[in-house]
Each structure stands twice: as C-alpha cells, then as structure tokens.
Write a protein that binds this ligand. Structure first.
Ligand code: HEM
Length: 410
C-alpha cells in the first residue's frame, strides 16, 4: 500500500525529503493516496523525472472543467482566465505561445534588467534597514524575498512606477494562504488584477514600451496572441515568476545564514555567487513539483511500473534534485559542486525539463545573483533570529519555501 500523503501537514511541508526518498526506493513512480481522497502517481528519480517531462504521453492539459460553477463574478473570471495559460497546453498550441514568449525573454532583454534589479534591491534594503533600526528585527520574506520578484515582474510587464504598490498589495493578497485574510479582500484583489491587466494590455498596444510584455503585445498585432491569451500570459508571468523566485531568495538566504562558512567563502570570492545560486536551486527546489501531468495512454516506466491512461502524475523536482544516483551526498548544501572545474554533477532539475522548461530561468538566476550579494554586503552582521528547524513552510506540493526568515543585525 502506498503511504498516504497530506501536503498540508506542517512536518511534511518543512521536510518532505525522507518521504520522497522512500518513494524513490520503490521504483520509477509510486501511486499515492492524497489526503483529499484522490490518487496520484509521484515520480521521484532524477532520470525518470526528466523522461516524463520530455514525453508527450504526459499531457499538460487539465481535465475538462465540466460541472464547475460558471465564472460569473470578476474574481472567478480572473481565476478562469489564469487557467488558460501556456503551462496548461500541449503542442501545437504550446509551441506557438512558447515561441512568442521565448522571443520576449531573449537573453539581451533579460540581461538589460541587471541595473534595475540592483536599484530595486537597494530600495528594499533601505526599508529593511529602517525596520531593523526601528524594532531590532525584520522578516526577510516580507521585506526582501516577496517584494523583489513582484517589483521585477512589474518591470517585465512594464507596470508604471505609480502602480507598483498596488501590484504588490494585490499579489500579496491573492497569494496569501487560505483563511489568512477576509475572503472579500482576496476576491477584490483578483478582480483588481484582472481589471488592471486588461487596461495594461490596451495601454501597451497603443504605446509599446521597452518592457518584455510590450514585445508580446506588439507581436500579437502581427497575428500572435489574442487578448485572452495576453491576459493569461500576464497572470502566468506574475505567478510563475514571483512565488518561485520568492522561495529561491528566502531559501538561499536561510541556507547562507545557517552555513556561515559558505557565506564567508562567497564574500571572499564573489565569483562563487552563481554557484551558491545553483546549489540553492538544487538543494531547496523552489518549485517542489511541476504542474500536474495526465497520461494520454497507458505508460510503462522502467521495467514494470504501469501507469494507466488518464492518471494524474506529478514530477517531483525536489526529489529529483536529491537523487543520490546523480548528486553524491544530496542533502548537503555544497556550492562547490557547481564551480567551474568541479567534477560536475548532472544539471539540476529546478527549472524543469522538456518543452515547458522555465522561460524565466535566466531572469530568476540574475535576480538571485544580484540581490543576494547586495543583501549580505549591506548587513554584514545579519543573523537568524529563530531556530531554523522550526520555521514554518508553505503547505502543498507545488511551491516550497519558508514562510518567514526572521533576522536581526549586529
Ligand atoms: C527560482 C525561480 C523559478 C523557478 C524555480 C521556476 C521553475 C519553473 C518550472 C519547473 C517550470 C516548468 C513547470 C512544468 O513543467 O510544469 C517553469 C515554467 C515556467 N516559468 Fe518558471 N521558475 C522560476 C522563475 C520564473 C520567472 C522569474 C518567470 C517569468 C517572469 C517564469 C516563467 C515561467 C513560465 C512562463 C513557465 C511556463 C513555460 C511553458 O509552459 O512552456 N519562471 N518554471
């Protein structure tokens, strides 16, 4: 019998790795009973994860929405619209959407954001310094890891400076855990985002700016994305881009605060920062699992693991990234694995694999490689103000990261 899995269990959220190691030992994929009464197949080995993500028999299209309530409030329309994004499509639809997005995220456009990311980080570190002076403590998630990616997505979408505070507030509300805020406040934020992105598209069509999103609206005039697709894309970029990067920044900060030797080494030799970022991506896997896949036919994995047609399958990136077959001593945080000249491990799977490989990987790496050194330069005496092993983690199988990283500074 497979172990039952409760993704809301706080102990599992904090440390899911022993559970995944047990599943991996069982074979290429394990059928698991979820706490909500459904079943799913979890793929936990490195090779098998990559094989599944590259195999078109594992579809990204969600089951038909038959029986779901009609989307007749603005908040429901916003949620329904978000579900139309390209992560929920297969070829050939996906190929077309992906081609346009990849062009907008061309390396030179992403790299041009470097100076702006540094400016935005400096602004947030000013706010953090004020908090530290005022109360003696700050939460790195609230003051650094959450707002920075939202502000950077603001740059990507070309959101005017005056609207950034609204974007930050709406995103905070729609991303808050269930029950944390008044339901009205969450619905209102969804509606506001929906209205705002609609207006933004009209404005960008009329007067495209230098931002990446304008490149997408511009292409659409030449037969690319329609309005609904653009709206879904704005939501996808916001959600795919902020929560993942927030978790990377929060987990990487926490790893450095708990591994002072690694922090000191990166300070001595700044060329180590990219390796720190790669190892944080591997070790802390900000996206714990990919989006759900569904088998379009019966599939046999390995010698005799048979997954039936129509099954829900999750490729668990966090587990693939701790597969001891590929990463010796997988639970250790060791940036030196990624240094040039090291006996290189296989590339990590934190950005996925195959046709849906992360469009924003270059941007996420850039953000972390710019922001983390600035954080630790500004506060050389930064210390964790809580027991690392007791910090709460986000529940669920999709994203993974600490909900707060409380710090003080000497
Ligand atoms: C540390 C940060 C990030 C991580 C770990 C991450 C990880 C991933 C992964 C694993 C996927 C594939 C999901 C699947 O196959 O189901 C993905 C897809 C995607 N990511 Fe990221 N991501 C990050 C940041 C970003 C950023 C900053 C952006 C854009 C601003 C972005 C945009 C996207 C988009 C648009 C897709 C869908 C690609 C497609 O369907 O072809 N991501 N990401």
């Amino acid at each position: 019998m497979p172990d039952a899995l409760d993704p809301a269990d706080p102990d599992f959220a904090r440390d899911p790795y022993p559970y995944y190691a047990r599943l991996r030992a069982r074979g290429p994929a394990a059928r698991v009973a979820l706490a909500n009464g459904t079943h799913a197949w979890l793929v936990t080995g490195y090779e098998q994860t990559r094989a599944v993500l590259a195999d078109p028999r594992f579809s990204n299209v969600p089951p038909r929405a038959a029986g779901r309530p009609k989307a007749d409030s603005p908040a429901q329309r916003a949620r329904a619209c978000l579900a139309r994004h390209m992560l929920n499509t297969d070829a050939p639809d996906h190929t077309r959407l992906r081609r346009l997005t990849s062009a907008a995220f061309a390396p030179r456009r992403v790299d041009a954001l470097r100076a702006r990311i540094a400016e935005l980080t400096d602004g947030l570190l000013d706010e953090t310094a004020e908090r530290l002076r005022g109360t003696g403590g700050a939460d790195l998630v609230d003051s650094f890891a959450f707002p920075l990616p939202v502000l950077v997505i603001g740059e990507v979408l070309g959101v005017p400076e005056a609207d950034r505070a609204d974007l930050r507030e709406w995103t905070y509300r729609v991303g808050s855990p269930a029950g944390a805020l008044e339901p009205g406040a969450v619905d209102e934020a969804w509606s506001e985002l929906y209205r705002y992105f609609g207006e933004l598209i009209t404005a960008k069509r009329r007067a495209p700016g230098p931002d990446l999103f304008s490149a997408l609206t511009h292409d659409s005039a030449e037969g690319g994305l329609d309005d609904g697709e653009l709206l879904a894309m704005a939501f996808l970029l916001l959600f795919a881009g902020y929560e993942t990067t927030m978790n990377l920044l929060a987990s990487a900060s926490l790893l450095l605060l708990t591994h002072p030797g690694e922090l000191a080494a990166a300070r001595r030799d700044p060329a180590r920062w990219p390796a720190v970022v790669e190892e944080a991506l591997r070790h802390a896997s900000p996206l714990e699992g990919t989006t759900w896949r569904r088998t379009t036919e019966e599939v046999t994995l390995g010698e005799d693991t048979v997954i039936p047609e129509g099954a829900s399958v999750l490729a668990v990136l966090a587990a693939a990234n701790r597969d001891p077959e590929h990463f010796p001593d997988p639970d250790a945080f060791r940036p030196d694995r990624h240094l040039p000249g090291a006996a290189r491990p296989a590339p990590h799977a934190a950005f996925g694999h195959g046709p849906h490989f992360c469009v924003g990987s270059r941007l996420a790496r850039l953000e972390a490689a710019v922001a983390l050194p600035l954080l630790f330069e500004r506060f050389p005496g930064l210390r964790l103000a809580a027991d690392a092993s007791g910090l709460p983690y986000r529940p669920g199988l999709l994203v993974r990261g600490p909900r707060s990283v409380p710090v003080t500074a000497d």
